[in-house]
Each structure stands twice: as structure tokens, then as C-alpha cells.
Design a protein around this ligand. Structure first.
Ligand SMILES: Nc1nc2c(c(=O)[nH]1)N[C@H]1C(S)=C(S)[C@@H](COP(=O)(O)OP(=O)(O)OC[C@H]3O[C@@H](n4cnc5c(N)ncnc54)[C@H](O)[C@@H]3O)O[C@H]1N2
Ligand code: MOO
Length: 408
């Protein structure tokens, strides 16, 4: 019988990088629909933001040297030359020493002013005179032109996932249509004679289709576009038909179930039978998720994912997501959280293990408690905050050891 030749996660990623050269395609979409999408090209500012010097407070714009040494006992005396209106250009000049102008928060300040004194530090004597009780420093409460963005600057790099903050920057530059990477279309095929639609009541021996829903939402979460091809029996001909159709219509194909070496497992044979095909990986050194199949037909990649839902999710998060991110050229760092492990845990050597955990503060210290389960148990991830990765050669971890927790 053919046995898995398991490959480490990093090696699998390299095999994918060497064999899968898909380039992203651009599409223009309204900014308000761009949340979570990946920028196709660098955004270069075509103007300064703000485009004028403005005040950060309600107060009086003046020359700081005119108020040097001002205090409550000996205030500086200033003549109010005018009032700046919001949304209007400031046309008042501070020609003489002791001139000032009233500016509301966000209002434009005159060229000669280098600070704004908050009204709390002033006392108005009459319509034209104000006392300043505190010496301002140059630049105090002034938002300089270009403080936000300078013309010609690369403000957001391609490969960045658009968050609300990037949407704000784009709006500040007047960009309300944005060029993003077209979503990668990922076909999902569920296999297994025992798998039934979730809307039905399973008979003994039957199982509701979890993986179509799990994968579809994982694809969406990763910025892809799921295409569902339904549940298919473990027969070579019906599998070949649906895999060929999904291959034709999608950028990559995910097949759940039928990746191990059991008699009825057809996925391997079907991929082999496709034109211009190649099996890249059959077995990954991870737990759960070992019996994973990665093939290629033409330039498109086909994943045979384990049927066990937890294993299916782990392989998606570690391998399929890598593949999607690579096409988009995503610029993202993952920052796991350091936590204290709560029990003594034994692990077999040979596979990197993904263990779901829950976090809890104990005496101000963040702890990670494992959720012990089997890979057929989907609720383990649902109950977990995240997971830890135990490296291949580790034989376990002890209570009190430091672990890094990745968010799910
Ligand atoms: N002789 C060996 N047998 C198995 C090995 C092995 O190394 N040698 N590995 C085991 C591991 S680990 C896993 S994981 C499974 C993976 O098997 P398959 O990918 O072939 O998946 P199936 O056999 O079709 O299903 C496994 C399990 O998952 C359930 N399943 C399948 N699809 C779905 C779905 N869409 N939604 C919910 N549950 C699903 C299925 O009913 C089975 O219970 O192989 C082991 N065997
Ligand atoms: O590794 Mo299997 O992938 O335990 O469920």
C-alpha cells in the first residue's frame, strides 16, 4: 500500500511558491465596498493633506515671540484683527507685533502665525483686545500643511488589506474608487457517500456536510470568492466530472474528504487523470491534517483536504491561506500572543501539532488552556480563542511553560 511521504509545512509552502505562479488581476470598486480587500497598486498622494495650515484648537493664532514671557500676572496684550470662518480661506494678516486672529478648531491660520493659544489661556477684554496668560511655543496647536500626507508620498503600499483606517486615508485624498485585487475564485467540492446536506436529518452512519460551510467562510475570511459545487459520491466518474468543471470555472479547487489512502479515496486518482497534471504533495507533517493532497493541473492548484473538519480547517489556515495571500502579495505580519500553558501535555514526535486553546487572565497573567479534542470534532475551534503550534520534534510541554498563541 502507498504510504504518505510527509513534508514539513515550510517545505509545502515552498513547493506551492515554486509551482503556483498565479498573478492578481485588478478591479476598480467603490471605496465603501473595499473593506477587507487587497490594494492592487501603491497609492501615491497627488496632493498635500491638509492642503492648508490649520488650528487644532479653538483659540487665537499669533506669533509665539509676541507672547514670550506672558503669564497670568503679566499677560500679553493682543489686538484681535479678525475671525476665521470654518471652510473659508483666512485673509487676515498679522502685520504688527501683538496682532492675533480668532480661529475655530480646524480653521485656517494666517501665514505669519506660528501657534494658536487655546481660549482657556486667554481673557477677552473687549471686542478687539485679548489677554494671553501663558507663553506658547512655536508650532503649538498648529497642524502644518503635509502633516498628514505629502504630495508624491506612497501612502499605502500594494498588498495592504484595506481597513477602516486606510479607507479614511483614501477618502482624505479624494479617492472614492479604488483598484483592488480581483477575488480569487475557489471551488469547493465535498465528497463522501456518508455526507448529506445540513438541512436534512442524517440517518445512522450519515454526517451533515460541515466542510462546505467551513471552507466557504474561511475562503471569504481570507479574501477569496467561494464557489460551491455540492456533495459528490466517492465514484471516479462523478468526481472527475465535477472536479473538471470546478477546475475550468475557478482559480483553485478545494476538495474535502477522500485524501487518505482508503480504498474508496478517489481524489488522488482523479487529479492524476486530469490533463497536464502533477501531484505535488501527499502528506503534510502536521497534526491534524496529515493526509492532505496537493496537485496541479495546468497552472491551477487542486487541494485534497482531509475530511475531518478540524484537520480541514488547520490545513486551510496554514497552507491554502498561504496560497491565497501569495497571489494577492499580502503585506501582513502575524503577531502571536505570549501566554503561560496550563497543563502538562504529551505529544508524539514527527508532526507539528496545532492545539486549540482558550485564554484566561489568572492573577494578571494571561494563560492558555488547551481544548483537548480529536480532529473529527469541529466544536473545538469554535470554543477556542486561538491555537498554539508545537514544533515537530517536541515531545510535549509542561505546565507553566511559555507558548505563543495565534488568533483564530
Ligand atoms: N490507514 C489510514 N487511515 C487514515 C489515516 C492514515 O494515515 N492512514 N489518516 C487519518 C486522518 S489523520 C484523517 S484526517 C482522515 C482523512 O481522511 P479523508 O481525507 O480521506 O476523509 P474521509 O475519510 O472522507 O473522512 C474522514 C472523516 O471526516 C468526515 N467528513 C468528511 N467530509 C466531511 C464533511 N464535508 N463534513 C463533515 N465531516 C466530513 C467523514 O465522515 C469521516 O468521519 O483519514 C484518517 N484515516
Ligand atoms: O491528522 Mo487527521 O488530519 O488527525 O485528522
Amino acid at each position: 500500500m502507498e504510504l504518505f511521504k510527509v513534508v514539513d509545512v515550510d517545505e509545502v509552502k515552498k513547493i506551492i511558491d515554486d509551482n503556483f505562479k498565479m498573478e492578481p488581476e485588478p478591479e476598480k470598486i467603490p471605496l465603501l465596498e473595499a473593506l477587507g480587500r487587497v490594494l492592487y497598486r501603491d497609492i501615491i498622494a497627488e496632493e498635500n493633506v491638509p492642503g492648508f495650515r490649520r488650528s487644532a484648537v479653538d483659540g487665537y493664532a499669533l506669533k509665539s515671540k509676541d507672547a514670550a514671557g506672558a503669564s497670568e500676572s503679566i499677560p500679553g496684550i493682543f489686538e484681535i484683527k479678525g475671525e476665521v470662518k470654518m471652510g473659508e480661506e483666512c485673509r487676515t494678516n498679522l502685520d504688527s507685533p501683538g496682532d492675533c486672529v480668532y480661529v475655530p478648531t480646524g480653521g485656517m491660520i494666517p501665514d505669519e502665525a506660528d501657534c494658536v493659544v487655546m481660549i482657556e489661556y486667554t481673557e477677552k477684554l473687549d471686542e478687539n483686545t485679548v489677554l494671553v496668560n501663558k507663553p506658547p511655543y512655536p508650532g503649538e496647536n498648529v497642524v502644518e500643511e503635509k502633516d498628514d500626507t505629502a504630495e508624491g508620498e506612497v501612502v499605502i503600499k500594494k498588498g495592504t488589506t484595506i481597513r477602516p483606517y486606510e479607507a479614511g486615508v483614501l477618502a482624505s485624498l479624494g479617492i472614492i474608487e479604488v483598484e483592488v485585487c480581483k477575488k480569487i475564485r475557489c471551488g469547493i467540492i465535498s465528497t463522501g457517500d456518508e455526507i448529506v446536506e445540513p438541512s436534512t436529518t442524517p440517518l445512522k452512519g450519515q454526517v451533515r456536510d460541515v466542510n462546505t460551510y467551513l471552507l466557504s467562510t474561511l475562503i471569504e475570511e481570507s479574501g477569496g470568492k467561494p464557489a460551491i459545487y455540492g456533495i459528490h459520491r466517492d465514484s471516479f466518474n462523478s468526481m472527475k466530472k465535477v472536479i473538471a468543471r470546478a477546475w475550468e470555472e475557478c482559480d483553485m479547487v478545494l476538495i474535502s474528504g477522500g485524501s487518505s489512502v482508503g480504498k474508496k479515496d478517489q481524489t488522488l486518482e482523479v487529479i492524476k487523470s486530469l490533463e497536464n497534471s502533477k501531484i505535488l504533495v501527499h502528506g503534510i507533517a502536521i497534526k491534524p491534517g496529515k493526509p492532505t493532497l496537493i496537485g496541479k493541473a495546468g497552472e491551477k492548484i487542486i487541494f485534497g483536504l482531509p475530511g475531518h473538519p478540524l484537520a480541514c480547517a488547520v490545513v486551510f489556515k496554514t497552507i491554502v491561506k498561504h496560497c491565497i495571500d501569495r497571489v494577492y502579495g499580502k503585506r501582513e505580519e502575524v503577531y502571536p500572543m505570549p501566554c503561560t500553558f496550563t497543563i502538562n501535555y504529551h505529544k508524539a514526535k514527527g508532526r507539528e501539532e496545532f492545539l486549540p486553546v482558550n485564554l484566561k487572565f489568572v492573577n494578571g497573567n494571561l494563560t492558555a488552556a488547551p481544548i483537548l479534542s480529536k480532529s473529527g470534532i469541529i466544536s473545538a475551534f469554535s470554543k477556542a480563542w486561538g491555537y498554539i503550534r508545537l514544533s515537530k520534534n517536541l515531545e510535549g510541554i509542561k505546565e507553566g511553560e511559555r507558548v505563543m498563541v495565534y488568533k483564530l
